[in-house]
Design a protein around this ligand. Structure first.
Ligand SMILES: [Zn+2]
Length: 68
């Protein structure tokens, strides 16, 4: 019985951890991210996170992660 936990779920939790400062590694490439006010960005892969996804499904986060 595998739990219904697709990659998306764990990725979202990774993003939340980064936004909260609990994690400093880019969930995309693993490099250290930079905190610039409410924005967290990765200088390596240009990923950007906006720190306003409290309690939400993180719809705004996904759009920044389509680098594939
Ligand atoms: Zn990155």
């Amino acid at each position: 019985m595998n739990p219904p936990t697709p990659l998306h779920r764990s990725l979202e939790q990774e993003l939340l951890a980064v936004l909260r400062g609990a994690s400093l590694e880019c969930p995309v490439c693993g490099e250290f991210v930079l905190h610039e006010g409410a924005v967290v960005r990765c200088p390596e892969c240009s990923m950007q996170l906006h720190g306003r996804i409290e309690g939400a499904a993180g719809a705004g986060v996904q759009s920044g992660l389509q680098a594939g």
